[in-house]
Design a protein around this ligand. Structure first.
Ligand SMILES: [Zn+2]
Ligand SMILES: [Zn+2]
Length: 283
C-alpha cells in the first residue's frame, strides 16, 4: 500500500461477527434500518421494545464502532451495519427457499421447441430446456427475494437480476463482496467465455464472451433498429442467439451479431472492454 491509498481499519472477523450473536443486537440493527436516522437513544429503545435501559445500553455500546455509528444527533448504521441488515432481509443467512421445476412462457433459445423451465434450490436459480437438454443457465439469486415474486413474475425478475449481474461483472466489481475482479477468456467450451474471478472472496462467474458486446449501447441500438427490442427480449435469448459468431484472437474475441442481412461486429477484451464496433448497414 502506498501513502495515498485510502486507510482501511480491519478488525478481526471473529470478533466482529461475534458481536451479532445476540437477538437484541440484531433487533437494534433492524430498528436502525427502518425509518429516519439518526435515531436518539430513547426512540431506538422504544423501537426494539426493550424495557431494561441498562441492558439496552450495554448491547448498543457493543455495536458502536463497527455496525453502528454514534453522532451528535443519535445512532445510525455504518456501511457494515447496512450490509448485515441487507443480508438478513435478502435471506442470505436465514432463508431456505426452493422452487420446483416450473415451465415459463419462453421457448428454448437453442431448439425453439419447448418452453424452458425455472427451478431454484441451494440459492441457485436454474433455467433449462427439458426438450433438448442442451441449453441451461445457472446463477445465484437471493433466497429472500424469491418469495417477493409470484411465479408468473419470476422470469422477468430473473432476467432483470441477470442484467444487473452482467453490468456489475462488466464494470469489474465482484457480485459477492464488491471487490476488484480479474477476468480472462476460457475457450474450453463450444464458444468462448469470460471468467470473472475475485481473489479476495474466491467468487467465480462465467458469462458468454459476447456479454459485454451484446449489452453495449451500440449493439442494443443496432438490435432495436432491426426490430428486436432488447428490453423486451430476455437476456438469455439475446445472448444465446444462433446469430452470434465468434472469432477468437490472441488477446480479444471478435463478436459478430447478425440480424437478417445486416450485422454488427466488435472486439471484446478479456477485461470486458469493447472496441472497433462496426455496423454493416452504416459504412
Ligand atoms: Zn431446447
Ligand atoms: Zn469477491
Amino acid at each position: 500500500m502506498s501513502d495515498s491509498d485510502p486507510a482501511i481499519k480491519h478488525e478481526p472477523p471473529e470478533e466482529v461477527f461475534g458481536l451479532l450473536g445476540n437477538r437484541l443486537r440484531v433487533d437494534i440493527l433492524r430498528a436502525l434500518a427502518g425509518g429516519d436516522t439518526p435515531v436518539v437513544f430513547s426512540t431506538l429503545r422504544g423501537r426494539v421494545e426493550e424495557r431494561d435501559s441498562g441492558r439496552f445500553n450495554y448491547h448498543l455500546r457493543k455495536l458502536v464502532g463497527t455496525f453502528v455509528r454514534e453522532t451528535d444527533a443519535g445512532y445510525e448504521l455504518t456501511l457494515a451495519g447496512l450490509r448485515v441488515v441487507g443480508a438478513l432481509v435478502a435471506g442470505t443467512y436465514t432463508a431456505d427457499a426452493t422452487l420446483s421445476e416450473t415451465e415459463i412462457d419462453d421457448p428454448c433459445p437453442e431448439c425453439e421447441t419447448a418452453p424452458i423451465t425455472a427451478s431454484y434450490a441451494d440459492d441457485v436459480a436454474r433455467l433449462a430446456c427439458p426438450h433438448c437438454e442442451e441449453w441451461q443457465l445457472a446463477f445465484t439469486f437471493p433466497p429472500g427475494t424469491l418469495d417477493q415474486y409470484a411465479t408468473a413474475e419470476l422470469p422477468d425478475a430473473l432476467d432483470r437480476w441477470l442484467r444487473t449481474l452482467f453490468e456489475q461483472l462488466t464494470a469489474g466489481f465482484c457480485d459477492n463482496c464488491a471487490g476488484r475482479l480479474d477476468s480472462e477468456f476460457a475457450t474450453d467450451g463450444d464458444s468462448p467465455q469470460l471468467v470473472w474471478r475475485c481473489d479476495r472472496c474466491g467468487s467465480r462467474s462465467r458469462t458468454a464472451a459476447a456479454t459485454p458486446f451484446v449489452f453495449h449501447p451500440a449493439v442494443q441500438g443496432f438490435l432495436y433498429d432491426h426490430g428486436i427490442d432488447p428490453t423486451a427480449t430476455s437476456s438469455w435469448r439475446l445472448l444465446s442467439s444462433e446469430s452470434i459468431e465468434y472469432d477468437p484472437k490472441e488477446s480479444s474475441v471478435g463478436v459478430t451479431y447478425h440480424v437478417g442481412e445486416t450485422s454488427i461486429r466488435g472486439q471484446v477484451g478479456a477485461d470486458g472492454s469493447v472496441w472497433d464496433i462496426e455496423r454493416s448497414d452504416r459504412k
